[in-house]
Design a protein around this ligand. Structure first.
Ligand code: DAT
Ligand code: MG
Length: 141
């Protein structure tokens, strides 16, 4: 397996619940290292562009409203098999289906307010990391 970089977003509900540190600790404990990290309050346009793949879905309006409700933390995570590893640590989209110990099982409120975003493929990880970070503002040990 290869060292990959993937995008994680700690969504507005995570910031509201004051659990940024707990979530980042889970990634670090499981071998994923933040190599880029900042807080941003997305505009409707940015949230809509980021989630453009879901534009035709019935929940799109709700998703954009939620993602712009308050600031988010955007993070580039690096490590072995980082794309899949991040998805495993996050748990299923619907917290009711998420395995015990995953971030969504532990912290998410609902399928809509599910605490974290994670890129779903190596190809999308590159696009999504580039959406928020340029190569020059990623840092490794
Ligand atoms: P994931 O975030 O696990 O990659 P996704 O890409 O299918 O899930 O959907 C993106 C986000 O859209 C998801 O994190 C929360 C929201 N969403 C998905 N399905 C939904 C639904 N049935 N009702 C409300 N929000 C939904
Ligand atoms: Mg997705």
């Amino acid at each position: 397996m290869a060292i990959e970089t993937t995008l994680s977003i700690l969504k507005p509900d995570a910031i509201e619940k004051n659990i940024i540190g707990k979530i980042i600790a889970k990634f670090e404990e499981k071998g994923l290292t933040p190599v880029g990290l900042r807080m941003v309050h997305l505009s409707e346009r940015e949230a809509g562009e980021f989630y453009a793949v879901h534009a035709e879905r019935p929940f799109f309006g709700e998703l954009v409203e939620f993602m712009t409700r308050g600031p988010v933390v955007v993070m580039a995570l690096r490590g072995e098999d980082a794309v899949n590893r991040n998805r495993e640590i996050m748990g299923a989209t619907n917290p009711a289906d998420a395995d015990a110990g995953t971030i969504r099982a532990e912290f998410a409120t609902s399928i809509g307010e599910n605490t974290v975003h994670g890129s779903d493929s190596v190809e999308n990880a590159e696009i999504e990391v580039n959406f928020f970070f340029s190569g020059t503002n990623l840092f490794s040990r």
